[in-house]
Design a protein around this ligand. Structure first.
Ligand code: GDP
Length: 471
């Protein structure tokens, strides 16, 4: 806020508007900061510094290009709801089931491997750009290629556009699977036109985006789709060095009653071995056992292999980085520092922000402020309530409407009010259920009215309570 010459309240309001429930002493990551700066018309550049954190204990191993070998691609399936992401993942796994496996139960570990033409492709099992981007927000880029599924009978929809934009933002190449081609009366050309409108020109229209018409339901053309994944992977020249200590990312993790913390990790570089000392997020330990996507115990996992690992002290979060270190002692001390940092962050998050931190006016002198969030059913009444309330400002108390909008009172309104010690006035609207319970938890005063002057009366009374007593 200092650099762009805005008050912290303005920055916090913007943050909450984009859905980040920030308080004043909370750290925000680079991507969020960049978004906010853009909102205010500033461009930002990232400055990279390597000191002052726990990872300075880690040596960064740089690979000699001669040591690099090709590695399999990691693929995420994205697209609009009901366009067939889950069905496509199922169909892909089906094409790969050998007769022997078919009867058995394959264990779910969060990612699956598929073999085609003697080559391997790894699919992350949680489809959707939300999972993809939440990992990215934690600094982990796992996906090499994204398959965007578009149902031929529905065309490009809002979440398709989000998926395209999220992939583009991450610089991840896109393959489009035009799905449900078994349906009657579909128009593949219309989908291609809509893709072109989004800046994705398919190959047969002279562009460079590969699109494959498929039917996940009938298992049609799935082989071609997989071959195209291999083709793109080849062009990307994906490489890693299998002969070094492993690093990678936690895909998912949980506490298992019998087995303790269990994490599915994706080895991104190096080879992970049973017995390695490892740090994963706040967890550390020796890798006691590794289980592959078929539920089989393995001793070693090479680059681009997803494996479930046992032996961690604590449960890491998905998106956390894992790294193999020299010995257990180092692993523990890195994990301890991370835990310490996490505790500090949690402490900060529970401290309520006071008005004086948020508003310059409070620093200046005696001025008292009453902050209000106004929500109403129509724009006209919202504006009327806002103006009438602000007119109540007198020499001693300033009435400030920090946010005014149309619609029900939501969780983000509550968080905004909580962060700025504001009360909420709803005019012909009510809080949604989740907002109601959040308001109770955050101790935010939510008042709803049907008549404007009733609201004014109440606020006037409240202001009297705030006035210094006169004798
Ligand atoms: P998701 O929400 O993107 O994961 O979509 P689903 O995989 O759950 O599929 C949504 C619906 O579309 C289900 O009823 C599927 O059976 C159906 N569906 C998926 N793929 C096809 C397909 O290729 N052809 C037809 N006709 N239906 C499909």
């Amino acid at each position: 806020s200092k650099l762009i010459n805005k008050t912290s309240a303005e920055v916090i309001t913007k943050l909450i508007q984009i859905g980040v429930m920030a308080t004043i002493n909370q750290e925000i990551d680079f991507d969020v900061a960049e978004l906010i700066a853009l909102e205010f018309g500033y461009e930002v550049e990232k400055e990279v510094s390597n000191d002052d954190n726990e990872d300075s204990l880690l040596e960064v191993e740089v690979d000699d290009p001669n040591d690099l070998q090709p590695r399999p691609p990691i693929v995420t399936v994205m697209g609009h709801v009901d366009h067939g992401k889950t069905s496509l993942l199922d169909a892909i796994r089906q094409t790969n089931v050998t007769a022997k496996e078919a009867g058995g139960i394959t264990q779910h570990i969060g990612a699956s491997e598929v073999h085609i033409n003697g080559k391997k492709i790894v699919f992350l099992d949680t489809p959707g750009h939300e999972a993809f981007t939440s990992m990215r927000a934690r600094g982990a880029q796992v996906t090499d290629i994204s398959i965007i599924v578009v149902a031929a009978d529905d065309g490009i929809m809002p979440q398709t556009i989000e998926a395209i934009n999220h992939s583009k933002a991450a610089n991840v190449p896109i393959i489009v699977a035009i799905n449900k081609i078994d349906k009657p009366n579909i128009n593949v050309d219309r989908v291609k036109q809509e893709l072109a409108d989004q800046g994705l020109l398919v190959e047969d229209w002279g562009g460079d985006v590969i699109s494959v018409p498929v039917s996940a339901l009938k298992g049609q053309n799935i082989d071609t789709l997989l071959e195209m994944v291999l083709l793109v992977a080849e062009m990307e020249e994906l490489k890693a060095n299998p002969n070094r200590k492993a690093v990678g990312t936690v895909i998912e993790a949980q506490l298992d009653k019998g087995r303790g913390p269990v994490a599915t990790v994706l080895v991104q570089n190096g080879t992970l071995k049973v017995g390695d000392s490892i740090v994963a997020g706040i967890g550390h330990g020796k890798v006691r056992a590794m289980i592959n996507h078929l539920g089989k115990r393995i001793k070693e996992a090479t680059p681009s292999t997803p494996v479930e690992i046992l032996g961690l002290s604590d449960v890491p979060q998905s998106g956390d980085q894992f790294v193999v270190v020299e010995n257990d002692k180092l692993a523990r001390s890195i994990a301890d520092k991370r835990k310490e940092k996490l505790r500090e962050e949690q402490m900060k998050a529970t401290q309520k922000v006071s008005l004086d931190e948020l508003f310059k006016q409070m620093e200046k002198g005696e001025l008292k402020e009453l902050n209000i969030v106004v929500k109403g059913d129509v724009q006209g009444s919202v504006q009327a309530v806002k103006q009438s309330l602000e007119k109540l400002t007198n020499d001693e108390v300033a009435v400030k409407v920090i946010h005014a909008g149309v619609g029900a009172i939501t969780e983000s309104d509550i968080m905004l009010a909580s962060a700025s010690n504001a009360i909420i006035i709803g005019f012909n609207v009510r809080p949604v259920t989740s907002a109601q319970s959040l308001a109770e938890k955050e101790k935010v005063d939510v008042r709803t009215y049907r008549i404007i002057y009733k609201a004014i009366e109440d606020i006037q009374a409240a202001m009297k309570g705030m006035l210094d007593p006169e004798y």
